[in-house]
Design a protein around this ligand. Structure first.
Ligand code: BGC
Length: 763
C-alpha cells in the first residue's frame, strides 16, 4: 500500500470515530436548563453565579472585555459553548445611567432624566408612574441593557438618609402601589427591574456593615410591606438584597429573608442579586438563595474552594443557577433583539416634564400669589436658580443631554430676569467651579454654601422687578447621610429669604421660594417670610420647565407630600437613634420607634408638623361629598365611594386619600393608616368625578407578633377620606363582627439585641 492510501484510510476512520463520539452539548434555550447545568464545569458554574467584575475590568483567563455598554454597572458573563449570552445591568431609579458618548462610536446615547422617586411619589398617580416606567424601560431596551437596577423602595424613615430622593415615601402602602406601577411599566418592554434594596436599607452611614435592629411587627408592617406589594402585584424579574445587616445577619446572607419570606411566603420566582460588593460570606449568600453576587469576580476562588472542601453543596449552586439561567433566557439580548440606540427621547422629555409638574407640591400660596398675575420682570435669587439640580448623585444619577435652569426657562417663557443679579450669581458659580477638580466639578455648586448678599445688593433688585423668586437647593446621594445642619437652612439662606421678603414686601411686591431638594428640610423657621412656597423637588431634566409651567399657571399643581415635613429635626421619631450607635462610627441602629414612622407617629402622638403627609395646595378648590360604604359589616371586601367636585375656577386634579382608623383593644395601632388613594382626572371648573376604593381583609389587619399572623381585629372601624392626613373631609363606619386571622406567616427575623418598641403607654 502506498503512503497516500494508508493516510486516506486513517483519515476516513478518524472522521467516523469523531462523528460517533461527538456528544451533544446542551444549549441554553434549546435544551433543558438542568441539562445545561449538568454540562457545566465547576468553574463555569461559579463564573455564572457572579457578575464578571467591575466595568472596565478585563478577565485575565478569557481576555473578555467587561463593558458591553459604556457606563453599565456590571454584567453576567457569556459561555458561548453552552449558548449562554451575557446580560447587562445598569442603574437606576430616575432613568438609565450609561455613558452618553461610547468610546469609538459616532453616536450618542443620552438618556432621559425623569423626576426622582420622591417627586414621582408626590404625584400619587400610579398611571402616570407606569407611563414613566414604560418610557424608562424603552430606553433600557433600545440602548441594549437587560436590567434596570430600580426601583428603590426603602422607607424614608428619617429625613437625613442620603438616598431618600431615590425612595418613594414614609408609607409602605403608597410606596408599594406606586412602585408596582413603575415595575409594570419598565417590564412591559421585556426588560428586567431589580427591586432594591431588600431590605431595611434606610441609613447610608456605614451602610456596608450597619446592623438594623427592628421588631418583627415593624418589619412586617413598615419595612417589608412595600416589597411584598410590589412582588405580589408586579412580579419583578429580579430583587437586589441590601448592604446592611438586619437583626444581626447580612440581608444577602439571610435565608429567612430571601427564602422563607420572599420566595416561600410571597412566591417570588425570580433572581436575587447582591448589592455591589454587599455581604461578607459568599457561601452564606449562596445558601441563602442570593443567586448572583455583584459585581462579582472577587468571590470566585472562595466558592470553588468551598465546593472542593464540601463546605457548600453543589446542588445549592445548581438551584441558584436555574434562576440565573431562567433569567438569561427571558432577556431580549438572549433572544437576539437588535436594539436601535435610538429611543424616542423627544416624547420621553415631554412625559418627564408632565410628571415633573405633577409631582411638585404647592406648600404655601398666600393671597393667590401664584399663578403669576401681572408679572413680567423677576429678581431671581439663589445659586440654584442658575444651576438646576435635576437629581441626586451616585447610582441614582442619569446622564441626560441638558437641563434648562430656572433662569433659562423663565426667559424662554417671556419673563425677564433682572440682569445685575444674574451676573452676580454667574460670577459666583464660575469662581466655585474653577476651584473644583475635574471629578467633583459636576456637583460642586450644589454642595457649596449659598452666596451671601448684602442688604444693599438685595434692595437694588426690588425696583426693576415685579416679584422675587429665591431658589433653595440641596443635593445628596449614596455613601453619606445628610447632617442636621444640612436639614436646616443655613443662616445665609435664612437671611436671604428674610431680607428679600422684607425688601419686596416694603414695595408691596411678592416673594416666592422654590425648593429644588431631594429630601425633607426644615421649613418651619422661615416659611412665614415668603408669600408662596413651591416644593419643586429634584424633578429631572425638565424640572425647571415644569416649575415655570406651574408659576405661569399652565399647570395647576396637584402634587401632595409622600413624606411629612416636621417642625424641627428633634420631632422626628428616629432623631435620637439615627444613624446608630456609637454615634461616631455606628454599628447598630435601633429602630425603637417601631411602627411609628412618619405620620403614624405624628398623628398618634399628637406632634404638630410643618406640613403633614398628604398635604398639597391647588389653584382650585375641591368639594368632597356622598361617601358611600357598600356594607355596614365587613365581609372579605368593602367598597367606599366618594364624589369630588372642582368648585374652583381653574381646571385641576385632586388626590383623594383614604385612611382607616382601626380598633385598638388587643394590640395598639396608629391613629390612622393610609389604605387607599386615587387621583381624579383633570376636572374642569364645576365638574365632578366619583372615586372608588376597595378594602380587603389585609387592609384591616395588623401584625400580631405573638402568633406571627396578620389579624383583623373585631370592632368598629372608621373610614376617613380626606385631602391630606389632617384634612379629613368625610367619614363613615363599618363593623367587623369577629376577629379574623387573615394570614399566618413564619416567625423569623427577630431582633438579635434587646429592643423595646415605642408604645402609646410608654410615652
Ligand atoms: C448601589 C445600588 C446600585 C449599584 C450598582 C450600589 O452602590 O447601592 O443601588 O444599583 O451600586 O451601581
Amino acid at each position: 500500500m502506498n503512503k497516500s492510501l494508508v493516510f486516506s484510510i486513517l483519515l476516513f476512520f478518524s472522521c467516523v470515530s469523531i462523528a460517533v463520539n461527538k456528544v451533544h452539548i446542551p444549549q441554553l434555550g434549546k435544551d433543558n436548563i438542568e441539562d445545561v447545568i449538568a454540562a457545566m464545569t465547576l468553574e463555569e458554574k461559579v463564573y455564572l453565579l457572579m457578575g464578571i467584575g467591575e466595568p472596565g475590568w478585563k478577565n485575565p483567563e478569557t481576555g473578555e472585555k467587561t463593558v458591553l455598554i459604556d457606563g453599565e454597572a456590571s454584567r453576567t458573563g457569556a459561555i458561548l459553548r453552552l449558548g449562554i449570552t451575557a446580560t447587562v445591568l445598569t442603574d437606576g431609579p430616575a432613568g438609565l445611567k450609561i455613558d452618553p458618548q461610547p468610546v469609538g462610536c459616532n453616536f450618542t446615547r443620552y438618556c432621559t432624566a425623569f423626576p426622582t422617586a420622591i417627586a414621582l411619589a408626590s404625584t400619587w398617580n400610579a398611571g402616570l408612574i407606569q407611563n414613566v416606567g414604560t418610557a424608562m424601560g424603552n430606553e433600557v431596551l433600545e440602548y441594549g441593557s437587560d436590567v434596570l437596577l430600580a426601583p428603590a423602595i426603602n422607607i424614608q424613615r428619617n429625613p437625613l438618609c442620603g438616598r431618600n430622593f431615590e425612595y418613594y415615601s414614609e408609607d409602605p402602602f403608597l410606596t408599594g402601589k406606586l412602585a408596582a406601577a413603575m415595575v409594570r411599566g419598565i417590564q412591559s418592554n421585556d426588560v428586567a427591574t431589580s427591586l432594591k434594596h431588600f431590605a431595611v436599607n434606610n441609613i447610608e452611614t456605614n451602610r456596608a456593615t450597619i446592623n438594623a435592629i427592628v421588631s418583627q411587627r415593624a418589619l412586617r408592617e413598615i419595612y417589608l410591606r412595600g416589597f411584598e406589594l410590589v412582588v405580589k402585584e408586579s412580579h419583578p424579574w429580579t430583587v437586589m438584597s441590601s448592604y446592611n445587616r438586619l437583626n444581626g445577619v447580612y440581608t444577602s446572607e439571610s435565608y429567612d429573608l430571601i427564602n422563607t419570606i420572599l420566595r416561600d411566603e410571597w412566591k417570588f420566582s425570580g433572581l436575587v442579586m447582591s448589592d455591589w460588593f454587599g455581604g461578607r460570606d459568599a457561601v452564606a449568600q449562596m445558601n441563602a438563595g442570593n443567586d448572583l453576587l455583584m459585581p462579582g469576580c472577587a468571590q470566585r476562588e472562595e466558592l470553588i474552594k468551598a465546593i472542593k472542601n464540601k463546605v457548600i453543596e453543589e446542588k445549592v449552586l445548581d438551584q441558584n443557577l436555574v434562576r440565573v439561567l431562567t433569567f438569561i433566557t427571558k432577556t431580549r439580548r438572549f433572544k437576539g433583539y437588535p436594539f436601535s440606540n435610538n429611543p424616542d427621547l423627544v416624547s420621553h422629555a415631554l412625559l418627564s416634564r408632565n410628571a415633573a409638574s405633577e409631582g411638585m407640591v404647592l406648600l404655601k400660596n398666600d393671597k393667590n400669589t401664584l399663578p403669576f398675575n401681572n408679572v413680567k420682570r423677576i429678581a431671581l435669587f439663589g445659586k440654584t436658580s442658575y444651576r438646576f439640580i435635576a437629581g441626586g448623585t451616585g447610582s441614582g444619577e442619569v446622564n441626560y443631554k441638558s437641563a434648562a435652569t430656572i433662569y433659562e426657562s423663565l426667559e424662554k417663557n417671556g419673563f425677564q430676569a433682572v440682569k445685575p443679579l444674574r451676573t452676580i450669581y454667574q460670577q459666583f458659580i464660575d469662581t466655585v467651579t474653577k476651584t473644583a477638580t475635574e471629578n467633583k466639578q459636576k456637583f460642586i455648586v450644589d454642595f457649596h454654601e449659598e452666596l451671601p448678599l448684602s442688604n444693599e445688593q438685595i434692595k437694588t433688585q426690588v425696583q426693576p422687578a415685579d416679584l422675587g423668586i429665591i431658589t433653595i437647593g440641596r443635593n445628596a446621594g449614596e455613601y453619606n447621610d445628610r447632617t442636621v445642619a444640612n436639614f436646616s437652612l443655613s443662616n445665609t439662606e435664612k437671611e436671604l429669604i428674610h431680607h428679600v421678603s422684607q425688601a419686596f414686601h416694603a414695595a408691596h411686591k411678592k416673594v416666592v421660594v422654590v425648593l429644588n431638594i431631594g429630601g425633607v428640610i426644615n421649613t418651619a423657621d422661615w416659611r412665614d417670610d415668603p408669600d408662596a412656597i413651591l416644593l419643586a423637588w429634584q424633578t429631572g431634566q425638565e424640572g425647571a420647565n415644569a416649575i415655570v409651567d406651574i408659576l405661569k399657571g399652565n399647570v395647576n399643581p396637584s402634587g401632595k407630600l409622600a413624606v411629612s415635613f416636621p417642625m424641627t429635626y428633634t420631632d422626628v421619631p428616629s432623631a435620637t437613634t439615627f444613624p446608630g450607635e456609637p454615634a461616631n462610627d455606628p454599628v447598630n441602629a435601633f429602630y425603637n420607634e417601631g411602627i411609628y414612622v412618619g405620620y403614624r407617629y405624628y398623628d398618634t402622638f399628637k406632634v404638630p408638623t410643618a406640613y403633614e403627609f398628604g398635604y398639597g395646595l391647588s389653584y382650585s378648590q375641591f368639594k368632597y361629598s356622598d361617601i358611600q360604604v357598600n356594607s355596614k359589616e365587613f365581609n372579605n371586601e368593602l367598597t367606599v365611594k366618594v364624589t369630588v367636585k372642582n368648585t374652583g375656577k381653574k381646571e385641576g386634579k385632586e388626590t383623594v386619600q383614604l385612611y382607616l382608623h382601626a380598633p385598638n383593644v388587643e394590640i395598639e395601632k396608629p391613629l390612622q393608616e393610609l389604605k387607599g388613594f386615587a387621583k381624579t382626572r383633570l376636572l374642569k371648573s364645576g365638574e365632578s368625578q366619583e372615586l372608588s376604593f376597595t378594602l380587603d381583609a389585609r387592609s384591616l389587619a395588623s401584625f400580631w407578633t405573638n402568633i406571627s399572623s396578620w389579624v383583623a381585629e373585631k370592632g368598629d372601624y372608621e373610614v376617613r377620606v380626606g385631602a391630606s392626613s389632617k384634612d379629613i373631609r368625610l367619614t363613615a363606619g363599618f363593623k367587623l363582627p369577629q376577629t379574623v386571622v387573615v394570614e399566618k406567616v413564619h416567625s423569623v427575623l427577630y431582633p438579635n439585641r434587646p429592643l423595646i418598641d415605642l408604645s402609646k403607654s410608654s410615652k
